[in-house]
Design a protein around this ligand. Sequence first.
Ligand code: HEC
Length: 147
Amino acid sequence: MRRTVVTAFFGLSILSGLGVLAQTSDPITQRQNLMKNNQEQMRTLTGMARGQAPFNAATAQAAFQRVAQNAQQIPALFPAGSTQGKTAALPTIWERKADFDAHATKLEQDAKAAQGAITDQASLQAAIQRVGQNCGGCHETYRRKES
Ligand code: HEC
């Protein structure tokens, strides 16, 4: 009887432990997935600006909106100490967290402004450049260069 109770208890703790893992509470994975989504949005936008896909203002606005929403989440996905594991985040982020967060806010603002500025392929191209500068600007300082 006693043995059954103990076994059941351990069984439950293992299960709840797995549940935590499955939720991907790991901020490194979360932010990398978010960044991959950023890249997807930019790819959609660039394809349209190059005429590889027909221009569609609503689709472009939705893509910029997603980039803005993603940007809003960036500061929280870089909690202090989230440097363990496979990450390209540089320690400089936590030495200058306010500046890092400001880069995220700037991206959010520019992506929001872009939504209202797109009327055709040319204005889309300009908007991509303005928004895209934020990606490279932050990576330049805060992301490890691929070697
Ligand atoms: C506020 C700073 C900041 C901004 C703005 C930013 N990034 Fe990042 N990005 C990072 C950091 C830091 C990493 C490394 C994250 C890690 O490995 O933990 C990263 C990683 C990435 C990655 C690699 C993800 C992976 O698979 O590991 C891609 C792709 C990416 N960013 C695309 C973008 C695009 C596109 C934009 C603009 C729409 C953007 N980022 C804006 C800081 C930023």
